[in-house]
Design a protein around this ligand. Structure first.
Ligand SMILES: [Zn+2]
Length: 436
């Protein structure tokens, strides 16, 4: 079964004719499983070997570029300056680079088959607001800075892989797009990836997302989520003289209690969070407005929809309860609405997809073991549309993501870089052996 999967990979990525003539003897390859033999054969290509070796001899450059990119602020909705820096790097490594309307940097490594595209992407944005001190502090083998790992690691790895392919003069079969995209975090709502998928949808064969550090996981399941805001408005008034008119905060509290009593299943795992409450002007005023932000997540799109509807029903009921108990309705009634602030669709990569086979083959080659994970990443967008996609860490170790104490340790990072490069080539294929 494992062997079958590896064979499947090479049939699908259409590199069979190139690989077969250069197949080394089985005994020359130090791996035991059938799958590993195939992945090793793929990587035995001398140009692939050159690209894989490039990382190890340029670790200092990679680390320094990571620090430099991290020190260019990229708050939500303001990634432009960092985008320019990535654009300069990708252009220096032989790619045709442009920025799209969304602000994504797109570097094209043209394949022999330009009708089919493989996308490797790392998000530019951080969660940190403008003005955050993003200077990198180095202590022994660690680098500290907000965003150093998420997504300093992904970004510099994108650039390093582009450079390794360039220096090894590898021409792919399918065109590879190296993309630094905007709007992955929070209310960015994956807008960069949405724009990319819209543009390339018909040609897009696989998406490899580099997000953060590590090599211990592969995200093949997209966690679906919704962010919603309930808003209730009313006439407002004085706490003493207008007592008895409907109060939006009362209605919001009544509706919230109802929503809290909504049951969610353990399987499929489903969660909700009342994350932010706003409203009112002073303690002795009946407010004219109340707002509540709610985040819901689920392994099931159906459960999300059920919770979204539940929030609407509960807010409607809270308003009704408050109106019914109001003694004075002469000054006006309450209005309510629930708005969707963000929506990340779910999806799942098929277990027998060529992309997962390429990742597994790469794991075997670098002797890495990784587990399947469900998470909310840029891969949500292609996965929700049935396009093969994964998100992986780009190597090394990191921690404290989304905090000011975020850190990164580059030791062993070449393994993550090699894994990402092999996975990408596994789905793009290699066109030539001499880089003509
Ligand atoms: Zn990230």
């Amino acid at each position: 079964m494992m062997r079958k999967r590896a064979l499947q990979l090479f049939v699908n990525c259409a590199v069979v004719s190139v690989i077969l003539p250069s197949m080394p003897a089985r005994s020359a390859i130090p791996f035991s499983s059938g799958r590993a033999v195939h992945s090793a054969q793929f990587a035995q290509n001398p140009q692939t070997q050159a690209a894989l070796a490039w990382f190890k001899s340029h670790l200092a450059w990679i680390n320094d570029e990571q620090a430099r990119l991290t020190e260019i602020p990229a708050p939500p909705f303001a990634e432009g300056q960092r985008a320019q820096a990535v654009k300069v790097l990708l252009a220096a490594f032989g790619l045709e680079v442009h920025l799209d309307k969304a602000g994504n940097v797109i570097g094209e490594l043209r394949g022999t088959n330009e009708r089919e595209v493989v996308l490797i992407a790392a998000h530019l944005d951080t969660v940190f607001p403008a003005g955050t001190d993003v200077r990198v502090r180095r202590e022994k083998d660690r680098m500290y800075a907000p965003g150093i790992s998420d997504n300093g690691t992904g970004l510099v790895s994108l650039v390093a892989i582009a450079r390794a392919l360039h220096e090894a003069r590898i021409k792919p079969q399918r065109t590879i797009l190296f993309v630094a995209d905007v709007g992955e975090e929070g209310e960015g709502n994956l807008r960069g990836m949405r724009a990319l998928v819209e543009t390339y949808r018909d040609r897009l064969k696989a998406v490899v997302v580099l997000d953060g550090s590590g090599t211990d996981h592969v995200t093949t399941k997209a966690l679906a989520s919704r962010r919603m805001e309930a808003v209730i408005t009313g006439p407002g008034g004085h706490s003493w003289s207008d007592f008895g008119i409907p109060n939006p905060i009362n209605a919001l509290v009544r509706g919230s209690v109802r929503f809290l009593n909504t049951r969610v299943p353990a399987t499929p795992r489903t969660t909700f969070n009342l994350g932010q409450v706003e409203g009112g002007t002073s303690v002795n005023s009946i407010p004219h407005e109340a707002r509540l932000k709610v985040d819901v997540r689920s392994e099931s799109e159906d459960e999300l929809l059920r919770l979204e509807n539940a929030l609407r029903e509960c807010m409607a009921a809270g308003v009704r309860d408050e109106m019914e108990s109001a003694r004075d309705r002469s000054k006006g009634k309450l209005e309510w609405k629930v708005e969707i602030l963000g929506s990340r669709p779910g999806g799942e990569l098929a277990g027998d997809s060529p992309l997962l086979a390429a990742l597994r083959a790469a794991d075997d080659y670098v002797s890495n073991a990784s587990r399947i994970e469900r998470a909310s990443t840029d891969a949500n967008i292609p996965l929700s549309l049935g396009i093969d996609a994964i998100a992986i860490g780009a190597g090394g170790n990191g921690g404290g993501a989304h905090s000011l104490q975020e850190w990164y340790e580059p030791a062993g990072r070449e393994l993550g870089l090699q894994r990402a490069l092999l996975t990408t080539l596994g789905v793009s294929g290699i066109a030539n052996e001499k880089g003509k």
